[in-house]
Design a protein around this ligand. Structure first.
Ligand code: ZN
Length: 461
């Protein structure tokens, strides 16, 4: 056997009176001295560093430089923020998992040293100011988050896998090792059955925080989980990820209410006033994108942009008559008279057919349900009247939010599309377009706050 002396090392510990100390052993092979591990330094065995005081300093410094180097590298690339996040999730986190498994650093250390570095880059990529919470982006996509997992959660996952491997090993000695180490520090990892459960626990913790502590930043989340049509969340998320960087980041900051409205700027000490320049009410996000009475024509422009797309899509329904409250179309008042002016009517045939009354509302997330109720009672009488002229009358209460989220009541809209034999793919296409128009128009309205409105053309995407 050939022994490569330069590939070997010696590490010595000996008894000195009452305690053990590290010393430098002199061992020779073939008259060659085996290199020594100096006092205080560590040697690596199967990827784990061992030093006299078992301090994990080597793992810590490697972790820190790995994170610093890779995050700076990802940061320097001219990529969309969603792709930077993807690189972080798929590449960087997996690079950390070895250290997270073999070393015995603490969760607190990971949170304080690694999470904080990663979070500052995530804030930078998404333009989230320090006062904006990251809880919303930690949620999954079907909760309007970006499915980001911080390093400390990855760390708990690695420890959970390690602990479980020890516990379920076929080797009894290994099981004994697990038992012997089921002490205070490891108890927190022994409670989990799987890595999935670690992530689930973390995310439900973030949800709790948004519901109970960060009520202002969690308002979007709270309203949306209660009142939105959950089957369409996937489509919303796909629309979001197709947006260009600036509008993508706008949606993220809209969701955690960290956009620079005057109320937020005043809160952050960056504006002398929190009032709207037009009406002196507090300039909140709701006020800018759906509330201010002097911005009404802007909100109408958004409403009409969505309605315009809807009318165009419904033109193709064969054997039906379309009435839209819009130039270029037959007016709904031909059927309903002048008392009620619903946005859109579709009748399949006279007297024996069905009349669809479509009323579109684009409002702030916190009003999603209120708008449904308001429109329901507003059109109650009209529905009753029309029931005398049509075999059946269906009211399509299309209440969507300014960020393009469909309310529960929009299931009536899907039913209508089904009645007209719209294929699933075509339905999703319509919803995607309506969502995107709502997001883009709201973005434009936000950018024009406290500025003149130049009456732009209706937006079509
Ligand atoms: Zn105002």
């Amino acid at each position: 056997m050939i022994i490569r002396v330069d590939k070997c090392s010696t590490f010595g510990i000996k008894n000195a009176l009452t305690k053990s100390i590290q010393y430098l052993p002199k061992l020779l092979i073939n008259k060659q001295l085996i290199p020594k591990i100096n006092i205080g330094e560590a040697f690596q065995y199967l990827g784990r560093y061992f030093s006299f005081n078992m301090s994990d300093e080597h793992h810590k410094s490697e972790l820190i430089s790995l994170v610093e180097e890779l995050m700076a590298d990802i940061d320097s690339k001219p990529l969309h923020p969603k792709n930077k996040i993807l690189l972080y999730s798929r590449y960087l986190l997996s690079k950390l998992s070895w250290h997270f498994t073999v070393s015995s650093v603490s969760k607190t250390w990971v949170t304080e040293n690694i999470d904080s570095k990663v979070n500052s880059y995530i804030r930078k990529w998404l333009d989230i100011p320090i006062s904006g919470t990251l809880s919303t982006v930690f949620l999954t996509r079907n909760k309007f988050g970006l499915s980001i997992c911080p390093p400390s959660v990855k760390f708990i996952q690695c420890q959970t896998v390690l602990r479980k491997t020890l516990k379920t090993s076929p080797n009894e000695a290994i099981n004994d090792l697990w038992k012997a180490t089921s002490n205070s520090k490891n108890i927190q990892y022994d409670v989990y059955n799987s890595t999935k459960q670690v992530l689930k626990d973390f995310r439900s913790g973030q949800e709790d925080k948004l519901h109970t502590q960060l009520t202002c930043q969690g308002s979007f989340f709270t309203n949306i989980t209660k009142f939105s049509l959950s089957q369409l969340t996937k489509i919303w998320s796909a629309c979001q990820s197709n947006l260009p960087k600036n509008i993508f980041n706008f949606t993220v900051r809209y969701i955690n209410n960290s956009l620079p409205t005057r109320q937020n700027l005043a809160r952050w000490g960056l504006s002398p006033t929190s009032d709207c320049s037009r009406c002196l009410a507090p300039e909140t996000l709701l006020h800018v994108v759906a509330g201010c009475q002097s911005y009404l024509e802007r909100f109408t422009w958004r409403h009409d942009s969505v309605l315009n797309f809807l009318a165009t899509s419904l033109q193709t329904v064969s054997g039906s008559h379309l009435y839209v409250d819009f130039p270029g179309y037959k007016s709904p008042s031909i059927i309903t008279g002048d008392t009620y002016r619903p946005d859109l009517l579709l009748s399949t045939s006279t007297s024996t057919g069905t009349l669809y009354i479509v009323e579109l509302t684009v409002g702030f997330e916190s009003n999603l349900q209120k708008n449904v109720e308001r429109k329901k009672s507003k059109y109650k009488e009209l529905i009753r009247e029309q029931n005398e002229h049509f075999n059946s009358v269906k009211f399509v209460n299309l209440s969507i939010s300014s960020l393009g989220v469909f309310s529960k009541e929009c299931s009536t809209f899907i039913e209508m599309l089904n009645d007209f034999d719209f294929q699933k793919q075509h339905q999703n296409y319509c919803i995607r377009r309506m969502t995107t128009i709502a997001i883009r128009t709201t973005y434009y309205i936000f950018c024009c706050r406290n500025k003149e409105w130049m009456n732009p053309e209706l937006l079509s995407v």
